[in-house]
Design a protein around this ligand. Structure first.
Ligand code: NAD
Length: 263
């Protein structure tokens, strides 16, 4: 299938590693020109060099903390000045710290909302006008399986990410007639450095070996394995494509069957 992404300008937030990096790689492999960011200039530049070497795509790498409104505004201005427009936006950021619902006060919830929800809204506000001007756009927001099934030890994430789904759904209805889609993707467990670290921490807490913890987790997933970043990248590349034009306002799980509900 031709995703028709050649020369499209794709903005990928939080892309120096993990899911964001996998999305950037998938889009570049399909011929998109990239603008990627993360908080550390050295790391995002290294990611850009690697993606450029692997795909030959144009990659603009910029430092931007997505929780900083001025930094997001500078990022968008630089990208739009460099490429003249943006066709695709993948919103993403780090995850809030783990903990259960009563471990946190209102300030902790506010910080999580800032990190995961307000960063999404700021990025959309910055890039949507260019999509509206050209009458074509794809917005994909990264969330988590927790938007379908709250996770016991990730209360901050559960709360902040539900708002992302509500925002993207509302947005999708407003912009669908402009040929702009807006969807959320909800990963279960995809093996990134963050997940690796979370599993190592769990092994230390439970005084078990990291291999035992990984085996147990995989055993709880119907697919009997943790997902790969390239599988996540492929899903986002499809949602960002021309053939996905009629998919909007939805949340797509990518979890190896882990979600237990019907809908
Ligand atoms: P990761 O820690 O491996 O990578 C996170 C990336 O985000 C890095 O490039 C980091 O530099 C960047 N980043 C973090 N905070 C940022 C900020 N404020 N501004 C700009 N860049 C920032 O994590 P990951 O596994 O790729 O996860 C990405 C997001 O998806 C996180 O919010 C995570 O909680 C969520 N998530 C991941 C999984 C999974 O299985 N990997 C599952 C559910 C949800």
């Amino acid at each position: 299938m031709d995703l028709q992404l050649n020369d499209k300008v794709a903005v990928v937030a939080a892309a120096s590693r993990g899911l964001g990096r996998a999305v950037a790689e998938a889009l570049a492999a399909e011929g998109a020109r990239l603008a990627i960011c993360s908080r550390d200039r050295g790391r995002i530049t290294a990611a850009a060099d690697a993606i450029r070497d692997a795909t030959g795509s144009d990659v603009l790498a910029l430092e931007c903390d997505v929780t900083d409104p001025a930094a997001v505004a500078r990022f968008a201005a630089t990208v739009l000045d460099h490429y003249g427009t943006a066709h695709i936006l993948f919103t993403n950021a780090g995850g809030p710290p783990p903990g259960s619902v009563l471990d946190f006060g209102a300030d902790d919830y506010a910080a999580a909302v800032e990190l995961n929800l307000l960063s999404t809204i700021r990025l959309v506000n910055a890039f949507l006008p260019a999509m509206q001007r050209q009458g074509w756009g794809r917005i994909v927001a990264s969330t988590s399986i927790s938007v379908k099934q709250p996770l016991p030890n990730l209360a901050l994430s559960n709360v902040a990410r539900a708002g992302v789904v509500a925002y993207i759904k509302s947005l999708s209805q407003r912009v669908a007639a402009d040929n702009i889609t807006a969807n959320t993707v909800a990963p279960g467990y995809i093996m990134t450095e963050r997940v690796d670290q979370l599993l190592d921490d769990r092994a230390a807490r439970e005084e078990r070996t990291p291999a035992e913890v990984r085996e147990d987790l995989a055993g709880d997933i119907p697919a009997r394995r943790i997902g790969r970043p390239d599988e996540f990248g492929a899903l986002v590349a499809f949602l960002a494509s021309e053939p996905a034009a009629y998919i909007t306002g939805t949340t797509l799980l990518i979890d190896g069957g882990m979600y237990q509900g019907l809908m």
